[in-house]
Every structure is written in C-alpha cells, then in structure tokens.
Design a protein around this ligand. Sequence first.
Ligand SMILES: Cc1cc2nc3c(=O)[nH]c(=O)nc-3n(C[C@H](O)[C@H](O)[C@H](O)COP(=O)(O)OP(=O)(O)OC[C@H]3O[C@@H](n4cnc5c(N)ncnc54)[C@H](O)[C@@H]3O)c2cc1C
Length: 486
Amino acid sequence: MVGAGLAGLAAAARLVGDGHDVVVLERGGEPGGRAGTWTAAGFTFDTGPTVLTMPHLLDQAFARLGRDRAADLPLIRLDPAYRAVYDDDSELLVRADPADQVAELRLRGLAADARAFPGFVDWLRELYDVEVPNFIERNFDSPVDLLTRPVPAAKLVRLGGFGSLEKAVSRHFADPRLVRLFTFQAMYAGLAPAEALAIYAVITYMDCISGAYFPVGGMHQVPRALASALTSAGAEVRYEHPVTSLLTDATGKLAGVVAGGERIAADAVVITSDLPTAYAELLPQLRPPRALGGADWSPSCLVWHVGVRGEPRPGVAHHNIHFARAWAESFDQLITRKELMGDPSRLVTIPSLDAPGMAPPGHSALYVLEPVPHLGGSVDWTTERGPARERLHGFLQANGYPDDIVTEHLVTPLDWRAQGLAMGTPFSLAHTFAQTGPFRPANVEPRLPGVFFAGSGTTPGVGVPMVLISGELAADRVRDYLGGGR
Ligand SMILES: Cc1cc2nc3c(=O)[nH]c(=O)nc-3n(C[C@H](O)[C@H](O)[C@H](O)COP(=O)(O)OP(=O)(O)OC[C@H]3O[C@@H](n4cnc5c(N)ncnc54)[C@H](O)[C@@H]3O)c2cc1C
C-alpha cells in the first residue's frame, strides 16, 4: 500500500480481512494524509475534512479487522449539523432528525417548505438507494458497463437525476435560502449547483439527512484509530517510508516497491498518491490516462487555523456556513474564470465546542475555509496570502466570533501543491459527468499488471466516504488479480 491516508487505510483493512499480508508505506510521520493534524500553543487542529458522513463505511472497515468501530472510534452525531447564516443576518439550522427539521422550518415561518421537506427527503433517499449500490460502490471496466444497469439508470431518469440540481431542489422549496442550503454540496464535487446534475443531490443526502458526525477528539482520530486497528490485526504500517519506485519481474508484472531505500517484494500494490503525482513519480514510463490531460480540476480552498482566546456566543454551532449575497456569479468567478470570489461564502468549524481538549480552557480552535480557484488561474498566492488573511480576520470580527488570536496558520493552494496535490487543489478532479463513474481515471493500470489505485483521483471520487469506498474497490481489483484472499 502506498500511503496511509483514508483510502490506503481502507484498502489495507479490506486486504487484511481477505487474508493478505499487507505493508502500508507512508512517506509522512503519521497516518491520515489530508485528514491530518496540526498542534500549536496547546491547540489541536484538524487540517482536512471536518464533516464526517456515512460512518457505516468506517464500521465496515473496522469490522474487516475484527474490531468494533464504536469502541475504537466513538462518534457523536452533530445536531445541528450546520448553522446557516445568510447575508440578511437570518439563520437556518440543519437538524439531525427530519421531524426536528420540519419544526425548525415552521419556527422560521416557512410552513409550506416544512410541508415539502418529507417529500424532499424521500426523493433524496430514492436517489441514494439507486446510486450507491449500482453506480458508486462498483468497479466499471468501461462506459459500456453502464448499459448493464438499465433498470437503475431508468429510475434515475424518472427521478430527474439528469436534470439540473438547482432546478430539482427549487421544485421542492420556495425559500431560496433552502435551495442554497441543500445545493451548496455540489461544491464538494467541484461543481456549481446550477451546473451540477441532480444525481449529485446524493451528497446533500449524506450531508444533511443521513447525519454529520464528529469523532470524540477530532477528525484526525479516524485515521489514527484505523491505523492502530490495522497494526493490531497484523498489518505493518511504516512511517517515514516514501515509496520511490516500483519493481517489475521479467514478465513485466509488479514485483515490489522501493521505499526508504529498501526493496520490498509484493504481488500487488495499491497507490493512493494524487494520481498525476503517482504517474510522474512512480510510473514515469507510462503515459498518464487520457482523462488526466486537459482535466477539469475542482476549486481549491484556503484553510485558516486560528487558536483564539474566548468562546463563541451561545447559538454558534460546530459547523457554521456563511452564505454571501453573491451566488451564481461567485461560482462563475471561482470555477469558470478561476478568480477569487468577490463576495465569498465561508465555512467556520469550531471543533473545540465538542472536543474541549482541542483548545486550552477558555479558548477556541477555529477552522475557517474559503473556496478559492485552483492554481490554473492567475491568483498569485505569494502576494495574495497577506490580504486574504486580513479579509478572513475581518470576517471573523464582523460575524461575532472570538478573534483575539493566540496562534494561527493559513494554508493556501501553494501548500496543497507542495504536498503533491495537482493544481494545488486537495479536491482532485471535479465530478463533471465526463469525470465520473467509468469516465473517471480507472483504479487499475493494465499496462503494469499488479498496480491498482485508490483515493480521490480515481473511482468513485472525492471526500471521506468516497475514498473509503475507493479502498474497497481497489481491494476488489486485487482480489480479482490475485485470485481471491488466502
Ligand atoms: C481542507 C479539506 C477539507 C475537506 N473537507 C472534507 C469534509 O468535510 N468531508 C469529507 O468527506 N471530505 C473532505 N475533504 C476531502 C477528504 O479529506 C479527502 O478526499 C480524503 O481525505 C483523501 O484521502 P486519500 O487517502 O485519497 O488521500 P490522502 O489523504 O492525500 O492520502 C494519501 C497518502 O499517501 C501518502 N503518499 C503520497 N505519496 C507517497 C509515496 N510516494 N510514498 C508513501 N506515501 C505517499 C501521503 O503522504 C498521504 O498520507 C477535505 C479535504 C481537505 C484537504
């Protein structure tokens, strides 16, 4: 296994469960990759994902290792999942229980939208039930494979899955604030809500309906607990072991890897580095897949980690999404023109509200995320960094967050690029239809038998649930290649 991020750990768990001897080789000093951690001045910050959804996938990964996820990695369900704040200072909460959501909408004077909510949930659930088993948790060998699923495909058509996401959600709700609240998730797939197909409402289902969770102690506990379960189950996880090349036998099949100067024999390897970097560094003799040339990359983000004196006022939630007045034009700036948004929407996450150990007593750990273009645009972060930091500080002040800073760290697209992430985006290839399912770069490299891929650049895609599934799909490929577990 190349990499101890969540994709690599999930693939390793499944392969150990199948009876293989597994060695995970990680270039860094700890597990997690993008789900990393940064500590300073008594604060602990999660550096990557903050919204954990579909925890049953983690249950499955731990179960593969004979472990109980609930014991190894306790989770709390966040309620509210989000506090949405709009430019007119109004607020709406996303509640964990649909009945509470209906009550929330009534309380805010949205009686018609409250009545529409259960039908919206039914629609989302139907999409989810069709898409996950048939199109997401599945390996495709070619686009022709789509034709082997005519019944689910027809159901997606009937559900309006190939229409516009924004229009589909607008048909359920009259209040435009709800349309923003239930479509902004398209951004997780690198798409504008008006451009995304309604099939991507499945992300809204994961985010707002099936539950947002938080591991006790912070998101980085996820890879930490999974890596520990792996070693307990007999896998080797070696840190500070960058894989620098692959070894082949006389027939051209994979025979092992070189890591930290040591040759390690292997029948198969699952590579989880960002795909363009994987090809450049480990497969330089092969032309990268066509899908990578001229690809559409997701926007990137700034993440500002701020340790502050004081605690947020009552009513502030774990996840606070601040919707700016600008909407369609923001996506145009961000995605089409690859410029900074003039009036950006931002996410403020405060994990110390639910994990007090992440900040000293009387202090708070804040995580402020702003979407920004990937490095294919003209923003020069060597000069934009300072002004961007000032704008983020002004935003915290204007929105009543504690802002007396003890420690801080601003991560820009240049930092993501330095981590080997193509185009300076941690969100990989956008989920345009042409870069989804069988059209996304494949998780198998037929030109070098024994080489497989997992992670957000391959199928099914970006985000914690998707990369956990990608680990399973890569393990399926290994099983097919090696002829089953031992
Ligand atoms: C700021 C941010 C916010 C996010 N928010 C969310 C969210 O709220 N919810 C959500 O679901 N998802 C979110 N995501 C996305 C999610 O974190 C990623 O999709 C996922 O963690 C990627 O996992 P991965 O295993 O594919 O890649 P990585 O985590 O990048 O793992 C790859 C690993 O391989 C290692 N590696 C690379 N090359 C080598 C080599 N040659 N030898 C050895 N090791 C190597 C790297 O060091 C790394 O540890 C967010 C990501 C970021 C960065």
